[in-house]
Design a protein around this ligand. Sequence first.
Ligand code: ZN
Length: 97
Amino acid sequence: MSSPKAHTAATNRQRTCIACGAQGHKGGLLRIVRSPEGEVCFDETGRMPGRGAYVCGPACFEKARSGRLQRALKTEVDKEACERLAVQLGSAQALKE
Ligand SMILES: [Zn+2]
């Protein structure tokens, strides 16, 4: 009678792209976060508090932005926020490469 989840619960954060389902790889996934205040923004450090969603890059963001992103974050993401995220993810992706 052991409870393995007690030990791993805190560290077992699975990172899966919300658009294509790819799991965190070498370069890492890009994190989008909904802050406790309800603001949706790109989390460059991966350490911001709030509910997060991951994408591989701008292409996957485009696929997810109209549906899965909102479901993943459990909030509406307006067009303005989407445009801002697209730009931020684009430059983050460029830095990775
Ligand atoms: Zn992806």
